[in-house]
Ligand binder design. Structure first.
Ligand SMILES: Nc1nc2c(ncn2[C@@H]2O[C@H](COP(=O)(O)OP(=O)(O)O)[C@@H](O)[C@H]2O)c(=O)[nH]1
Ligand SMILES: [Mg+2]
Length: 339
């Protein structure tokens, strides 16, 4: 179903030449340099080009997703600050109807459309049900309310959507998928940025559960997907986390088997294979204290949506490469020689 496709690796700002601050970065960097860093599915290749946008430049969007408390809004704030310091303009859209305070300027706010408090009060719903109701209400109002809100953002504009963290949105409720499809129709090139708290990397069993949640979002959304391990500043030792940034399925399996009862071995193997087959389980670490870390992450995301690239290059990558040769475009990540 999914394929890892070779994409053009562009480095307009020279970030890939910058030294990284942890060894696993170097490994990831090499992967990106050799041209396979973004997981893309069939529909990813329908991402926006200048031609599909009717000759206009596409707009760009990051969809910042992940569990509640994983650091989505904090990332948006730090990203905003970083962009300001390098003279780059981004606009942040709050899609969380439960958000109360913001540390970044909110360009568009879902709470102007619907308020969680009102929903809970009038429909007698709890916070979770209320939030799902709000998001479904947004889904119904994409064509009028959201389209009107976004019409001021034109060619080349870069929007960052700060999403709520309810797991339902990433597992089985199709709201975000509809949302992403609509953004694509409006000529946005979209990248999902999945945030996972680094405490998930303290233990292999937690890590696998975090990976499964991210995988579920990735399969549902079918857009270029970048996983981020947040709150790196809270980790006592960065070296212990390296194995989770770009994991080896066999090592994962060994650790899972060591920690769990023998009857789970078959399940562990299936999970490790799933992780390996999808090749999605690589994370970029985010340490918000470190400007370079934010810059590095942003450069990956920009690559994923080919921000700043000429449309002709995109067309070549997505069409010619794929048509020319299967080997040129697709990787079977199950093999041992991939690293
Ligand atoms: N130390 C540290 N705390 C963080 C970081 N990111 C988020 N937090 C804290 O984690 C909590 C949840 O963060 P928030 O961005 O609101 O998460 P969201 O629910 O995913 O938007 C807040 O108290 C943040 O201050 C980080 O990188 N380092
Ligand atoms: Mg938030």
């Amino acid at each position: 179903m999914s394929k890892l496709c070779r994409t053009a690796v562009v480095d307009p700002l020279g970030f890939f030449a910058a030294p990284s601050f942890c060894p696993a970065f170097e490994a990831r960097l090499e992967k990106w340099r050799s041209g396979f860093g973004v997981l893309e599915t069939e529909s990813c290749r329908r991402n926006v080009t200048r031609e599909s946008a009717g000759g206009a430049m596409p707009r760009y969007a990051q969809l910042v997703i992940g569990p509640a408390g994983s650091g989505k809004s904090t990332y948006c704030h730090n990203l905003y600050q970083h962009c300001q310091s390098v003279g780059r303009v981004i606009h942040i859209v709050n899609l969380d109807p439960a958000a109360e305070t913001f540390r970044y300027p909110v360009s568009v706010d879902i709470r102007e459309l619907i308020s969680l408090e009102d929903v809970m009060e009038e429909l007698k719903l709890g916070p979770n049900g209320g939030l799902v109701y709000c998001m479904e209400y947004l889904e119904e109002n994409l064509d009028d309310w959201l389209s009107e809100q976004l019409e001021d953002y034109i060619d080349d504009d870069y929007l960052v959507f700060d999403c709520p963290g309810q797991i339902e949105l990433y597992s089985h409720i199709p709201v975000l998928r509809t949302f992403v499809d609509q953004l694509k129709k409006w000529d946005f090139a979209v990248c999902a940025v999945y945030m996972l708290d680094s405490q998930f990397a303290s233990d292999v069993t937690k890590y696998i559960s975090g990976c499964m949640a991210s995988l579920s979002a990735m399969i549902q959304l079918e857009v270029p997907h970048v996983n981020v391990l947040t709150k790196m500043d809270l980790l006592p030792s960065k070296s212990n986390v390296d194995k989770f940034l770009d994991p080896d399925a066999r090592l994962l399996l060994g650790e899972l088997n060591d920690q769990m009862a023998p009857r789970f071995q078959k399940l562990n193997k299936a999970l490790a294979e799933l992780v390996d087959d999808y090749s999605m389980v690589s994370f970029l670490p985010l340490d918000i204290r470190d400007e370079e870390s934010i810059q590095y992450l942003l450069s990956h995301i920009d690559n994923a949506i080919q921000f700043g690239e000429d449309a002709e290059v995109k067309i070549k990558d997505y069409d010619a490469d794929m048509g020319e040769s299967e080997d040129a475009g697709n990787f079977d990540m199950g093999g041992e020689d991939e690293d």
